[in-house]
Design a protein around this ligand. Structure first.
Ligand code: GYE
Length: 326
């Protein structure tokens, strides 16, 4: 009899144990997300952008945040439509990387009226209206431009150059990185009489445009070009084969300065065909998730969050640069 009771008891315990693991499993599976975040990404124009999207997806996962991610394929109207969908869906927080600075007032007023906080990621907007967005998480593009300009001054000094002719291939017209990188670079070289900018041309952050722009610049200015300042790695990587096809050695005959610091550009820097790459990190996901959680909890957040960035150049030993991850 006693043995029988023991057996029944063991059976009951086993069933209870099975049930309890089944229950914990169930609660884990149906666990509510910490919040619902709508994010409108610009597109997939560069390794930077693709790395940024991946980082945001991985970070959302880590923080238990449910992410509605929409890719606008480089069109502002797609971004505006995505933001309207996020509002209709009643997400907790909206984030977006504005392709250009102007043209957001109406849709952001709609988000404000709906009581949904908006975070700017990567790029800024330009508006007269107050309080349309809560904060900006992105790089200090002006500083990146200054770092590029200061590098060029040091390089010209070390080569003993008396005249420095620069061509600039810029990012998307009216975007924050285009405006700020140009302003920082121009300000940095302004006091140096050796520097002349032959032309600034819009390469739209695209490799194909970098190629086209470089072909045109070589045709127009030929061997008078001393420096190419390109606002991102993609355009730089598009320009390099054109320079070689015109029988110039990039990195030697022409000084090449790029921005982003993706793996492909760093590899080319190691080969000596790029002289300087200013880092711009796409890893903004952690800051974005933490800020979204604070906003959902009704807390104050910092108005501007800039990541730390560095410069990679032929002034130092570049062989030891760690894998970049984008
Ligand atoms: O430099 C470029 C990208 O906004 C910082 O956009 C970003 C820029 C980045 O496509 O590669």
């Amino acid at each position: 009899m006693f043995r029988m009771i023991k057996k029944v008891l063991a059976g009951v315990l086993l069933i209870a144990a099975l049930l309890s693991t089944a229950c914990t499993k169930k609660t884990e599976e149906t666990k509510e997300p910490a919040l619902l975040l709508g994010f409108s990404q610009i597109g997939s124009e560069s390794a930077w952008r693709i790395g940024n999207t991946r980082d945001i997806e991985e970070s959302a996962d880590k923080y238990g945040i449910s992410l509605m991610l929409e890719n606008a394929n480089q069109k502002q109207e797609n971004q505006i439509a995505a933001i309207r969908r996020f509002i209709a869906y009643k997400v907790d927080v909206i984030a977006f990387s504005p392709i250009v600075e102007e043209g957001w007032d109406n849709v952001l007023m709609e988000a404000k009226d709906a009581g949904i906080p908006v975070i700017l990621v990567d790029r800024d907007i330009s508006t007269e209206k107050e309080g349309l967005t809560t904060c900006l998480i992105g790089a200090d593009f002006y500083k990146e431009g200054v770092m590029a300009g200061e590098y060029l001054i040091r390089k010209a000094d070390s080569l003993g150059m008396e005249q420095v002719n620069i061509v600039e291939i810029t990012g998307t017209e009216n975007s924050t990185p285009m405006r700020q990188r140009q302003a920082g670079f121009f300000d940095a070289i302004a006091g140096d009489e050796r520097m002349t900018v032959l032309e600034s041309i819009d390469g739209d952050f695209l490799k194909s445009r970098g190629e086209e722009c470089m072909r045109y610049l070589l045709k127009t200015y030929g061997d008078t070009i001393d420096v190419v300042f390109s606002h991102n790695d993609e355009m730089t990587l598009g320009a390099l084969p054109e320079i070689e096809a015109a029988d110039f050695a990039p990195g030697t005959d022409i000084i090449i300065i790029s921005i982003d610091g993706g793996q492909e550009a760093i590899d080319v820097l190691k080969q000596g065909k790029i002289n300087c790459v200013v880092e711009c990190t796409p890893k903004l996901g952690r800051e974005l998730m933490e800020t979204a959680l604070l906003l959902k909890a009704g807390e104050e957040v910092d108005k501007v969050i800039h990541p730390e960035e560095q410069i990679f150049s032929d002034e130092t030993d570049v062989s030891q640069i760690a894998p970049r991850g984008y």
